[in-house]
Design a protein around this ligand. Structure first.
Ligand SMILES: NC(=O)C1=CN([C@@H]2O[C@H](COP(=O)(O)OP(=O)(O)OC[C@H]3O[C@@H](n4cnc5c(N)ncnc54)[C@H](OP(=O)(O)O)[C@@H]3O)[C@@H](O)[C@H]2O)[C@@H](O)CC1
Ligand SMILES: Nc1ncnc2c1ncn2[C@@H]1O[C@H](COP(=O)(O)OP(=O)(O)O)[C@@H](O)[C@H]1O
Ligand SMILES: [K+]
Length: 530
């Protein structure tokens, strides 16, 4: 089915950009809501407005012009149920055949009033789910951001039954059963086809384990004022979605007309071993795609000509190697030390034998990315506290396994990745990028960036190496430009996943091997205005 684009109230581009970035917790949303009500907006009027927008969107997704539709409306006890009932009434008036399923005996007052009115209109209403089996699609208004307790017993088995029937389900605000902040399943949860998130993005929708329940997520902007948002979140939201616009704004474009290669950044990559030669190539290809002015790659001597054959433009530094083919010692060209480089990225394919190298780069005064074995060595060295003393920023880019080894005492990233990445950044003083389906980045001040779009096509050996090179290349180019490191890290995560998305569109999710991924980095920029 071809879906029209989401309905949008006309807003200024600045507001749209701001709203696209903001992420809230349940408590923050509740506080914002209270402020709206305290300043005079009647609760019923807001529900009417919000649910009216939901009803319009539902009509776009399932237009009567192409079909007749039978719709099942799932009504919970709170205002999420109230929203659903307003949608039920509107769809009834527009000509949809509507069936209301309302299994709770105790409803909030406004919700109870809407139910009474819907029944007075002759809309079928029942506590029996069998009526819904033949509906073309369902609207889930069971629970929204007010759900805090586990779902059990009858309501849990009912939700399981809806999931089994496999009709499309549109969830209002959040799939019922998900925790609004952690995205955890509270007993069981609706597996939505679409989630129409109301007003501001809820954090739980951006947590990895929520994704299989959320379906396609859209924001319904209902004109919450910036003053109301800022009164609760302050001037700078502490959790942000990475948007295309912010990502593109940190790229080193346009280049000044008069420049030279060293002015456009000199990146030193330290990577590879005889055992993991490919990781070095992929990291270097990722760096090449960043546009960095000068690329030096330190590898074990035996890999030198392999690297030269893949990257003729890079300066390949062959280093003495251990018996098993890991870098033994960094041998930089004469009269150069690590401070000659704009940034250093170290780790992919090193093996754990390269411990002294990691120690040496930590002691340097350069912006440093540590990934893969760089992180494993860091964990072994137990030197995370020394990162706080570095003169330049350190960026750590672990996947979940590496994260656990590095930060065994921080919160469990499986439970709540956002809290975990924040704690890790505070503990290390580094910018931490926790890889995943929704990669999350935190700095030591507790600000978090979440990459809101990606593709499982990237779940493939080597794609992280590409990210390390790309990130290193961007950091090397940014050193003189006063752009905060964390913004560059966010840009790299965004660019990397957009390349994966573009490649998967052309080649399916099976066609995005890491080498191919590097070839889709530049097309991301040419398909978007820069
Ligand atoms: N923010 C805004 O600006 C706007 C918000 N709007 C809408 O309001 C929604 C939030 O509404 P809400 O606060 O009434 O809570 P909601 O999520 O409907 O449900 C909580 C109810 O469930 C109950 N309950 C909990 N656990 C349970 C369990 N295990 N088993 C059974 N029951 C359980 C709980 O009962 P209690 O825990 O109090 O016993 C409570 O009654 C929001 O998501 C959005 O759709 C819009 O209308 C307007 C603009
Ligand atoms: N399911 C997924 N959806 C989106 N991106 C993913 C998914 N799984 C992995 N990725 C991304 O792929 C990359 C994998 O990196 P990593 O695990 O370090 O791989 P490798 O070490 O093999 O290069 C990360 O950028 C991660 O965010
Ligand atoms: K819901």
């Amino acid at each position: 089915m071809q879906n029209p684009s989401p309905i949008q109230i006309k807003h200024s581009p600045n507001r749209q950009e701001y709203i696209a970035k903001v992420v809230v917790t349940a408590v923050q949303m509740r506080d914002i809501e209270e402020r709206i009500f305290a300043t005079g907006m009647p609760v019923a009027a807001l529900m009417e407005k919000v649910a009216g927008l939901i009803a319009l969107r539902v009509q776009q997704l399932f237009p009567l012009s192409s079909n007749s539709y039978r719709v099942g409306i799932l009504v919970g006890p709170g205002h999420n149920g109230g929203d659903a009932l307003v949608v039920a009434r509107e769809l009834h008036f527009r000509g949809y055949e509507v069936w209301i399923y309302s299994p709770f005996s105790q409803l909030k007052e406004l919700t109870a009033q809407h139910l009474e009115y819907a029944q007075s209109l002759g809309i079928s209403c029942d506590g029996n789910i069998e009526q819904l089996r033949n509906c073309d699609f369902l609207i889930d208004g069971l629970f929204g951001f007010g759900l805090e307790r586990q779902l059990t017993d009858a309501i849990a088995s009912t939700i399981n039954q809806f999931n089994e029937w496999q009709q499309p389900i549109i969830s209002i605000d959040i799939p019922s059963g998900l925790h609004t902040d952690t995205g955890e399943v509270l007993g069981t949860a609706i597996r939505a086809t679409y989630t129409l998130c109301l007003g501001l993005w809820k954090l739980g929708l951006l947590q990895d384990h929520a994704l299989e329940y959320v379906g396609k997520a859209e924001l319904i902007d209902f004109d919450i004022t910036l003053a109301d948002i800022e009164s609760v979140l302050g001037n700078t939201p502490r959790i942000r979605r990475i948007t295309r616009k912010t990502a593109l704004s940190t790229l080193p474009l346009p280049r000044p007309a008069v420049t030279h290669k060293y002015k456009e950044g000199h990146l030193l990559l330290i990577c590879g071993s005889r055992r993991y030669a490919g990781g070095a190539i992929l990291t270097a290809l990722g760096a090449r795609a960043s546009g960095v002015g000068m690329l030096s790659v330190a590898v074990p001597e035996s890999l030198k000509y392999l690297l030269v054959s893949h990257l003729p433009e890079a300066l390949i530094i062959g280093c003495p190697e251990t018996e098993t083919g890991a870098i033994l010692e960094l041998t930089l060209p004469e009269n150069t030390d690590l401070s000659a480089f704009s940034a250093i990225a170290c780790g992919p394919g090193l093996t754990r034998e390269a411990t002294p190298i990691v120690q040496q780069v930590i002691e340097s005064d350069r912006t440093l990315v540590l990934d893969a074995d760089g992180l494993n060595i860091l964990a072994q060295l137990e030197t995370i506290p020394t990162l706080q003393k570095r003169q330049a920023t350190t960026v750590l880019t672990p996947h979940t396994g590496e994260f656990h080894r590095l930060f065994p005492t921080v919160s469990d990233a499986k439970h709540d990745r956002i809290t975990a990445v924040r704690e890790a950044a505070a503990e290390s003083g580094a910018v931490v990028l926790l890889k995943g389906a929704r990669t999350a980045i935190a700095n030591s001040q507790g600000i978090v960036w979440i990459n809101p779009e990606s593709t499982p096509a990237l779940a493939r050996g080597g794609s992280g190496d590409v990210l390390t090179g790309l990130l290193g290349g961007l950091l090397a180019q940014a050193t003189k430009k006063q752009i905060p490191v964390e913004d560059i890290v966010a840009t790299a995560a965004w660019w990397h996943s957009q390349a994966g998305i573009l490649a998967a569109q052309e080649r399916t999710e099976l066609g995005v091997d890491a080498s191919t991924l590097t070839q889709y980095l530049m097309p991301v920029l040419s398909t978007h205005e820069t």
